[in-house]
Design a protein around this ligand. Structure first.
Ligand SMILES: Cc1ncc(COP(=O)(O)O)c(C=O)c1O
Length: 416
């Protein structure tokens, strides 16, 4: 803490990146001594690494109950997966204006049509239907759960609507996959993307799952080794998906970690996970509601489900300053800013907010600490000084130690 002493870190930033599950760490530790090139060697370590990499596709397919014609492509993260799919779509893509930039910007290059969200889910869906009926589109690209408010859309219904209008559906499941079981066959979802680092597997791998035909017909996402079956001086014969889109040496440790997370989460009882996060999110909302000046962010008045994300503003307090105070004086990590969802924040009429996101490791005691810290700020103000440099609020002076290897490194300016 800036004022001296230590506190156990209360992590309310699972929606950004979640800490590794013990099972994930164990899988990576087990594989590390055998880490070697994938698909490229006859050595024993290379065979082990290749098996691990290829078997990971089965873990993902089981986790999502993929259909037979759906391929698992390993990527770097959700952003990479969505850019890859955007390069394969043979027509227009319809999106809402509530999306994370990762599910908004890639489609600009390929006939993006933006539908403004309404105040209710019902009216928003009517607008989507109108857009899809007005002019054919190849794809409807929607978020599974908002990264700002946690609200969940009725995906099965949207899949049916997309199909009735001759389109396919892509779900950006970066926020949904860590919180809800997704059944691709039962829901009718054609394409789905998520990131390992939000699924308790922080080693840099992501996934795009989807129907083979578009992926096989498209130009390779990256040109290079591993994506081809035959190359001459003038020509190349490209492999079908998934290899077609996985050129270069793959991230075998990241993929092994992601598969371990899928195996572990797939074995958890879904209702227990949902109850845990709903109970904590409700406790947090009830506690914050009692504090003067707290305003919650919500897109729809009739959304039926939310994952464990609570976004709010505090009248009279800059979000970045509140986040710096929570970190410096209370050891609490939250996210502040515009959450890579600028159109949504503009739609909601705010230019910044705080986001507390809940995960498997969050406890009621953590929630109570956060509520108490916000209440203390409103009642008494901060006990430390804070200054904003390059858009980032920091305690002044900063007295907390850094990791020895990072000491002296300057913080790079960033915008979110
Ligand atoms: C809904 C949503 N989509 C996409 C992304 C991008 O994920 P990544 O940074 O892992 O590519 C995020 C990240 O926060 C997200 O919340």
């Amino acid at each position: 803490m800036v004022q001296g002493g230590t506190r156990t870190y209360a992590n309310f930033d699972y929606a950004a990146s979640a800490p590794a599950l013990a099972q994930v760490t164990d899988r990576v530790t087990e594989l590390l001594p055998f880490y070697a090139s994938v698909h490229r060697g006859a050595g024993y370590a290379s065979r082990i690494s290749t098996d691990c990499y290829e078997n990971a596709r089965g873990s993902v397919a089981r986790f999502l109950n993929c259909a037979d014609d759906q391929v698992v492509v390993f990527t770097r993260n959700t952003t990479d997966s969505l850019n890859l799919l955007a390069s394969c779509v043979p027509g227009d893509t319809v999106v809402l204006d509530i999306e994370h930039h990762a599910n908004f910007l890639p489609w600009t290059r390929h006939g993006r049509r933006v539908v403004p969200a309404a105040d209710t889910v019902a009216e928003t869906i009517r607008r989507v239907v109108a857009e899809l009926c007005a002019k054919p589109a190849a794809l409807l690209a929607v978020t599974g759960a908002s990264n700002v408010t946690g609200e969940v859309l009725p995906l099965e219904r949207l899949a049916t609507i997309a199909h009735q209008c001759g389109a396919r559906i892509l779900v950006d499941a970066a926020q949904l996959a860590p919180h809800r079981r997704i059944d691709l066959q039962a829901s009718g979802i054609d394409y789905l993307a998520f990131s390992g680092h939000k699924l308790y597997a922080p080693f840099g791998a992501g996934v795009l799952v989807g129907r083979r035909d578009w992926l096989d017909a498209a130009a390779p996402y990256l040109a290079g080794g591993g994506a081809v079956t035959q190359v001459s001086a003038t020509d190349a014969e490209w492999a079908p998906a998934p290899q077609r889109h996985e050129a270069g040496s793959p991230n075998v440790l990241g993929v092994a970690a992601l598969a371990a997370a899928c195996d572990t989460l797939g074995e958890l009882d879904e209702q227990t996970v949902v109850d845990h996060e709903r109970r904590l999110a409700q406790r947090l909302c009830d506690g914050l509601k009692a504090i003067a000046g707290v305003q919650f962010l919500r897109i729809w008045s009739d959304s039926a489900d939310s994952v464990g994300i609570v976004a709010f503003t505090l009248d009279g307090f800059e979000p970045g300053r509140v986040a710096a105070y929570l970190s410096a004086e209370h050891g609490i990590g939250v996210r502040d800013g515009r959450f890579c969802a600028h159109p949504l924040l503009a739609h909601l009429g705010v230019d910044g907010a705080l986001r507390a996101s809940i995960g498997l490791g969050t406890s009621a005691a953590d929630v109570d600490r956060l509520i108490e810290a916000v209440a203390t700020l409103v009642a008494q103000g901060p006990r430390w000084n804070y200054a904003c440099t390059s858009g980032q609020w920091n305690p002044v002076p900063e007295t907390r130690p850094r990791l020895t290897s990072d000491a002296g490194a300057g913080a790079a300016p960033c915008t979110f």
